[in-house]
Design a protein around this ligand. Structure first.
Ligand SMILES: [Zn+2]
Length: 374
């Protein structure tokens, strides 16, 4: 979805469009293009700030949203990973306080992603999540209490469908309007089919959150790739998958079922160093990889979604239109959110310029605010 780069954008005092934006098709030739802003459905922290902190400071969160906007993301699901029940509750309350404090966060944060705690605690599948808080029988009451703390804004829940009681939870979540994704899972093909039957619609960072060694003829990656009822998200930072492997995954899953996420952390959009992801210490290295402190195990990324988009455009010669489908349009569709810019919609726009043989973002507009990017 491209918008005409020539039409003037008129917004009211709240930043809502006074006129619908005209669309142009992918053959539109121009040195300037205009698209929707990026939409990151998995972001654990940004610019030195960890969202997985029950004592999250509203001013810090506001600053991290400002920094995120400067990378072209206008829409984000702050993501909480596995923690104990009380910490998750307090953390959602802290996010809601921070959101209420910051007008920019109110525009950017329309929901949250809860990745855990009903995941597979086995080594390799748990990834960097604290496995001591996994493996308990899920309860709808627990989820409802987190949802209440989150102001009803948990829009996406990642679960492992092989864990006892999870299929029932999927059904209830989907009935309540929450999208359910599969991740950190060692589910059989049968369990994955059942999860899709119960309403699961996404695979979270497919290809990661699994053991290093898997049975070659049947494993949860292949089962999810084969399942046409599942869209898949991938982390295109160059570390979670080698570019040639990601190419195979995207081909197998199909372009229309592909979403890119950053899985970024406090280490994203800032300098290499030591940061936290919840109670877990992580280390981002100068080459851009993030490890669980003192190990070689991946622990989220330091990439921005814009960098992931630019990676795929350079690795595979992906067009800007296609890349925007993976980083903006398809995540919004998954969540049931609009993908056009009509009268009354909040302006969420990226302007691109073709410079030195690549598309580069020139400015981002969110409501009345326009920020130059380069
Ligand atoms: Zn994960």
């Amino acid at each position: 979805m491209l918008f005409s780069a020539d039409q003037k954008v008129h917004v009211d005092k709240q930043g809502a469009l006074k006129e619908s934006l005209q669309t142009v098709d992918g053959t539109f030739q121009s040195e300037r293009k205009r698209t929707l802003g990026l939409c990151d459905i998995q972001l654990n922290g940004f610019a030195g700030i960890d969202f997985n902190n029950p004592n999250l400071n509203p001013e810090d969160f506001h600053r991290s949203m400002q920094a995120l906007l400067r990378t072209g993301v206008t829409n984000v699901l702050p993501t909480l990973i596995t923690a104990n029940q009380g910490d998750l509750y307090r953390n959602f309350e802290a996010l809601e306080r921070a959101r209420a404090f910051s007008p920019i966060a109110q525009m950017m944060v329309k929901g949250y992603h809860l990745e855990g705690p009903f995941l597979n605690p086995a080594q390799g599948f748990a990834g960097c999540h604290p496995s001591q808080f996994m493996g308990r029988k899920p309860s709808w009451e627990k989820f409802v209490s987190w949802q209440a703390a989150a102001g009803g804004r948990i829009k996406l829940l990642t679960v492992a469908p092989e864990m006892p009681g999870v299929l029932e939870l999927i059904t209830k979540c989907v009935e309540s309007g929450v999208r359910v994704s599969l991740g950190h899972t060692n589910a059989s093909h049968e369990d994955i089919r059942k999860a899709v039957g119960a309403g699961a619609s996404l695979s979270t960072h497919l290809g990661n959150g699994v053991a290093q060694l898997l049975p070659k003829v049947d494993n949860p990656i292949l089962s999810q790739l084969a399942e046409e009822g599942l869209t898949a998200s991938f982390i295109a930072d160059g570390f979670h998958q080698k570019p040639h492997v990601l190419r195979v995954y995207i081909k197998a899953k199909g372009s229309d079922r592909t979403i890119l996420v950053s899985d970024g952390t406090a280490a994203s959009g800032t300098v290499p160093g030591t940061y936290y992801l919840g109670a877990t210490k992580i280390q981002s290295k100068p080459e851009g990889v993030v490890h669980l402190f003192g190990t070689q195990n991946l622990a989220g990324s330091a990439a921005t979604l814009l960098e992931c988009l630019q990676n795929v455009m350079s690795w595979y010669n992906t067009s800007l239109e296609q890349g925007i489908r993976w980083t903006s349009i398809q995540p919004r569709k998954l969540l049931g959110w609009p993908t056009t810019q009509n009268v009354g919609d909040l302006a969420e726009l990226l302007e691109w310029e073709y410079i030195n043989d690549r598309w580069t973002p020139a400015s981002v507009q969110l409501g009345t605010q326009i920020i130059k990017i380069h």
